[in-house]
Ligand binder design. Structure first.
Ligand code: NAD
Length: 350
């Protein structure tokens, strides 16, 4: 029997709403039925692009052709729309951050259980090639026991204008790029207990919302993870820096340029002192070529439609959903701990 094509719709037809409607047009097994946005100008744009639109949210949610609704509104509008869509019997994909507080997420999870519908979150950056490449280096054991991972996402344009710079809408970089970086951290560290978080926030270009943060998360087994997002950096830092007992890895950019340096001779101790600043040092002397080996980073290729393919396969009963709600709850708990740590200037223990 031929499989039914899943009917999809998007609420909030802005930048990401357009991304989602394009994905529904592109991926096999799902079709775009239409979009809705509170801003009439977005309807005009949909019309120009030949995308069907609904005059109201009620009309969209009442349409029986629609199996799955994507919520792509600003962060503060997610909760109410998600619960409304679930209550009308729709499967729901919500943009990240799923909401701003873990207690609100609990209400959303309760609604998905009550109405027996799928509820998942668009954590698309689990398929970023730089992230998958860094994850593979760690999991391969190439570096031996990894003890520190630094994930740095740096820009120089400040925080974008509009709802992203207003607290009431869930603005700020922690709730924006931070959600991606920390979701990647938690999936990379899956199976390890998170022990503590210490964080600072920056307000360089915006007083109301953070325009960057840095946090140090300690995991069991002696692994430290630094997650950092800044928007006022004019010199690019490496995207990933990974330190292991037997080597170090650098994934410099989104294209996965970088190198892995492995120690091949730990025993060679006849180090000559070198000049360093106003003194000399043996400890910090560069390694001689015969004690290390340098390898290029092997990029992991990813399918950027993988989130949608998994969604379609899940609805057809063929796969488990990849982005699960307990992970998203843990993520919001980490974000809450970061805000608390920065405010109190304290380490938050889990
Ligand atoms: P945007 O401002 O471009 O679009 C938001 C749209 O929602 C606007 O057109 C606005 O009119 C509409 N809207 C607001 N309230 C509404 C309501 N109650 N009902 C219907 N429409 C409403 O913002 P964006 O960049 O598209 O971000 C939307 C969401 O997507 C945010 O949660 C953001 O964090 C997320 N996002 C995710 C990614 C990602 O890579 N996963 C990237 C960017 C944004």
């Amino acid at each position: 029997m031929a499989k039914k094509t899943i009917g999809g719709a998007v609420i909030g037809y802005g930048g990401m709403g357009n991304f989602h409607s394009n994905k529904m047009l592109e991926v096999d097994g799902i079709e775009l039925i239409g979009v809705y946005d509170i801003d009439p100008a977005r309807h005009e744009l949909a019309k120009e692009r030949g995308v069907s639109y609904f005059d109201s949210r009620e009309a969209l949610l009442a349409d029986e052709r629609i199996d799955v609704v994507v919520v792509a509104t600003p962060n503060d509008a997610h909760k109410e729309i998600v619960i409304d869509a679930l209550s009308k019997g729709k499967n729901v994909v919500c943009e990240k951050p799923v909401t701003m507080k873990s207690t609100d997420l609990d209400d959303m999870i309760a609604a998905s259980e009550k109405y027996g519908r799928l509820f998942t979150v668009h954590q698309n950056r689990r398929w970023d090639e730089d992230y998958l490449t860094a994850k593979k280096i760690i999991e391969d054991g190439t570096l031996g026991r990894v003890f520190r991972i630094e994930s740095k996402i740096h820009g120089s344009h400040g925080i974008p204008e509009g709802w992203r710079s207003e607290k009431k809408h869930g603005g700020g970089m922690l709730l924006d790029w931070g959600v991606h970086s920390l979701d990647q951290m938690l999936t990379m560290m899956e199976g390890r207990e998170l022990l503590s978080v210490y964080a600072t926030l920056t307000n360089i270009t915006n007083d109301e919302c953070d325009d960057g943060y840095s946090c140090l998360c300690k995991f069991e087994g002696g692994v430290e993870f630094v997650s950092e997002v800044y928007t006022n950096n004019f010199i690019q830092m490496p995207r990933w820096y990974i330190l292991g007992e037997n080597g170090s890895a650098l994934v410099k950019d989104w294209d996965c340029n970088g190198e892995i340096v492995k120690v091949v001779n730990w025993e060679k101790y006849d180090i000559a002192p070198v000049a360093a600043g106003a003194g000399i040092t043996k400890t910090m002397a560069p390694r001689t070529k015969d004690t290390i080996k340098t390898f290029p980073v092997e990029k992991v290729e990813a399918d950027w439609s993988a989130f949608y393919k998994n969604l379609v396969a899940y609805i057809n009963g063929e796969e488990e959903i990849v982005v699960k709600l307990p992970q998203q709850r843990k993520l919001l708990k980490v974000i809450e701990a970061i805000f608390e740590s920065a405010e109190k200037n304290e380490v938050i223990k889990f």
